[in-house]
Write a protein that binds this ligand. Structure first.
Ligand SMILES: Cc1cc2nc3c(=O)[nH]c(=O)nc-3n(C[C@H](O)[C@H](O)[C@H](O)COP(=O)(O)OP(=O)(O)OC[C@H]3O[C@@H](n4cnc5c(N)ncnc54)[C@H](O)[C@@H]3O)c2cc1C
Length: 416
């Protein structure tokens, strides 16, 4: 086959998914990462696969929530003042899109990718080699306060009307019966049965292993420092291990993607949105369902050998600290909800930089002025859930096949 080699830059969920679909199409694929496979934002996230999460961050109330958080030292959302014009441009463009109309528009696009990705995952996980603790247990949105529960009831009604996403409502009593790890006296919950969860580091490990068996090469600890181009083509990637060449180049560099903007000659408005997680050994009374606790902005995920609490959204550039106070805040946030909110041993504390776009949509498509370069980035808070269809769309674009996705809405050309 002519034009049969491809290099994917970045070995997170997105890069791995791109490699999967390109390999299925018969390409000779190399994935190059300056760190390790799945070592960045795809390592210790919540592990939620959530077709219910169609609502983008660009919601009408987001600007007000952001403004209030400036005065709350423990707010989950935080912007660290920085002398970077691109951050303020990003914030301005984000704020401009926080309208109901835009929210529904972005939500429809996200729903298409989320639903189709879930079908792809189901097919992938039917292979016993893909054992990554995938469980089809749905997702609980848990509330302690009646007003908050009622307020979410309005969101739930909107999700049902606009997106056909109906949840099962449970009052406080029914909730403790359903999920005995929760404390008595909570207001209630909404249960989204179509969601599921897995262990993200296991997914990266087993998926890359299977791809390796099928001939995909993974080159770790190798930074792509420059992109060589000539007459509308990428001609090679410069790395400390030498120049790497292929017929097609896919840039799936997550939060670092904007570093490639100049060399690719296009705008890539991706900002790092930092979140944290703490993973512990199993608490005495282990939750059986993954849950979101919107009042505290935390996600709780049960694993076979552990239990994770994750949250926060900080726009602080590439600050790589893990403040102990933030980890303690995660643990404290679970106390009013769970009978045993902490596991006996802390196994891991972690942060990840989410690749955030100002319109809450990923960037999937051809680089405007380079015929053999594609972008697969900007997956915001949903990279795990959106990965399969991202990889499939990239393979479709390279093969010049029609895609099931609304690719115009996702194309990098929207930033021209
Ligand atoms: C606390 C938290 C919880 C989350 N929970 C969920 C969840 O439950 N469900 C969900 O769907 N999503 C979740 N997310 C979001 C999800 O983790 C991200 O959207 C996803 O990991 C992004 O994947 P990626 O492959 O684009 O980026 P990454 O995983 O960050 O991968 C990018 C890779 O590119 C490499 N790279 C960058 N520059 C270069 C270069 N120049 N040369 C070579 N390599 C390079 C990096 O080393 C990195 O490995 C969560 C995120 C956080 C922080």
């Amino acid at each position: 086959m002519a034009n049969n080699t491809a290099i994917v830059v970045g070995a997170g969920h997105i890069g791995i998914a791109c490699a999967h679909y390109l390999q299925k199409d018969g390409y000779d694929v190399t994935v190059v990462d300056r760190s390790t496979v799945g070592g960045a934002c795809s390592h210790a996230n919540c592990g939620f696969l959530v077709p219910s999460h169609v609502l983008p961050l660009t919601a009408p109330e987001a600007v007000w929530t952001g403004m209030k958080s400036v005065f709350q030292p423990k707010a989950a959302f935080r912007v660290k003042p920085q002398l970077r014009a691109e951050l303020y441009r990003w914030m301005f463009e984000f704020a401009r899109r926080c309208t109901k109309r835009q929210m529904l528009k972005a939500g429809n696009v996200l729903q298409d990718i989320l639903d189709a990705s879930m079908l792809e995952y189901r097919q992938l996980f039917s292979d016993p080699a893909m054992n990554c603790e995938w469980h089809d247990n749905g997702m609980l949105f848990v509330f302690r306060n009646d007003n908050d529960l009622q307020e979410f009831g309005r969101t739930d009604a909107m999700l049902a009307d606009e997106f056909g996403l109906a949840a099962r409502y449970m009052d406080g009593e029914e909730l403790v019966e359903f999920e005995p790890a929760l404390l008595k006296g909570l207001a209630g919950a909404y249960y989204y049965e179509g969601d599921s969860h897995l262990r993200p580091d296991r997914l990266n490990a087993v998926w890359s292993e299977q791809l390796g068996i099928n001939g995909v090469s993974f080159v770790e600890q190798c930074s792509v420092d420059a992109v060589e181009t000539l007459e509308g083509h990428v001609t090679g990637l410069l790395t400390p291990q030498g120049k790497m060449t292929a017929d097609h180049y896919v840039f799936a560099a997550g939060a670092w993607s904007s570093e490639f903007a100049d060399s690719l000659g296009c705008r890539i408005p991706v900002e790092p949105g930092k979140g944290y997680s703490v993973t512990m050994t199993r608490p005495e009374i282990m939750p059986t369902h993954p849950m979101l606790i919107p009042e505290k902005h935390i996600g709780v995920t049960p694993f076979e050998n552990g239990y994770r609490i994750a949250s926060m959204m900080e726009f602080a550039g590439f600050d790589d600290s893990i403040p102990r106070a933030r980890i303690q805040q995660l643990k404290d946030s679970a106390v009013p909800y769970l009978k045993t909110p902490e596991g006996p041993i802390e196994q891991d504390t972690w942060f990840g930089w989410r690749p955030m776009t100002w319109d809450s949509l990923p960037i999937i498509g051809r680089v405007p002025r380079l015929s053999n370069a594609l972008l697969a980035t900007g997956h915001n808070m949903l990279g795990l859930s959106l990965a399969p269809m991202t990889g499939k769309a990239i393979a479709d674009l390279i093969a010049e096949r029609a895609s099931d996705l609304p690719l115009d809405a996702l194309s990098p050309t929207r930033f021209l």
